[in-house]
Design a protein around this ligand. Structure first.
Ligand SMILES: [Zn+2]
Length: 185
C-alpha cells in the first residue's frame, strides 16, 4: 500500500475514541439512500486497499452499524475462504455454539500485532444486506470469526479485549515467521 492510498482511506487506529463507541443502528428504510450506499462503497474500497478480510464503519470514523465481510485468501490470511464482499447491516447473533476455538486475528486498527482470540465456532446471525433484505444464516469457522470480530467493533471492542491472556498477543513479524505458511511480500 502506498502513502496515497493511506491518505485516501485512513483507518482509525487503536486509541481513537470512535473505536470505543457503541455504533448507531441504521434506519433500514433509508439504506438505499446515497449516504449509506456511498459509505458501503467507501468501506469496500478501504478494506480492499488495506488487504483486509473485513472492516467495520467505525474503522473509517463512521459510528454506524455496518460492516463488510470479504474473506479471501491473501498474504494476511492465506487459508481464508473466498467470498463476494458483502455489506452486513444492523447485525445480531441469534444463537451460538458453546464450543469456542482460539485462532489468530489481526486488525487494521491494531497494526503490527496478532492475537490468539477465542470465538464461538458456530453462530446463527441476522442482518440486512445492501438492498435492505433481511438475511438469517449460520456461519462457522473463519467466517463466524470475522462476523464476531466486526460485530465487536460496533460495540466498541477490539480483539485485544477478547484475549484470555496478554501472552496471546504477539508481533506480526513473529506471527509471520512462526505461524504463516505465506511470507509477507
Ligand atoms: Zn478489526
Amino acid at each position: 500500500m502506498n502513502q496515497d492510498n493511506k491518505d485516501i482511506y485512513p483507518i482509525a487506529q487503536l486509541g481513537h475514541a470512535v473505536l470505543r463507541l457503541k455504533a448507531t443502528k441504521i434506519n433500514i428504510e433509508k439504506i438505499l439512500d446515497d449516504e449509506y450506499q456511498q459509505l458501503i462503497s467507501k468501506m469496500m474500497l478501504a478494506v480492499a486497499k488495506a488487504g483486509g478480510v473485513g472492516i467495520a464503519a467505525p474503522q473509517i470514523y463512521h459510528s454506524s452499524c455496518i460492516f463488510i465481510m470479504c474473506s479471501k485468501p491473501n498474504t494476511r490470511y492465506p487459508d481464508a475462504p473466498l467470498m463476494k464482499p458483502t455489506a452486513i447491516i444492523n447485525p445480531e447473533i441469534l444463537s451460538f455454539s458453546n464450543k469456542k476455538i482460539k485462532d489468530w486475528e489481526g486488525c487494521l486498527s491494531v497494526p503490527s500485532m496478532r492475537g490468539l482470540v477465542p470465538r464461538h465456532h458456530q453462530i446463527t446471525v441476522r442482518y440486512y444486506d445492501q438492498q435492505g433484505n433481511q438475511i438469517e444464516k449460520e456461519l462457522s469457522g473463519f467466517l463466524a470469526r470475522i462476523f464476531q470480530h466486526e460485530l465487536d467493533h460496533l460495540n466498541g471492542l477490539t480483539f485485544i479485549d477478547r484475549l484470555e491472556s496478554s501472552k496471546d498477543l504477539i508481533s506480526e513479524v513473529e506471527w509471520y515467521s512462526q505461524f504463516s505458511t505465506t511470507k509477507k511480500n
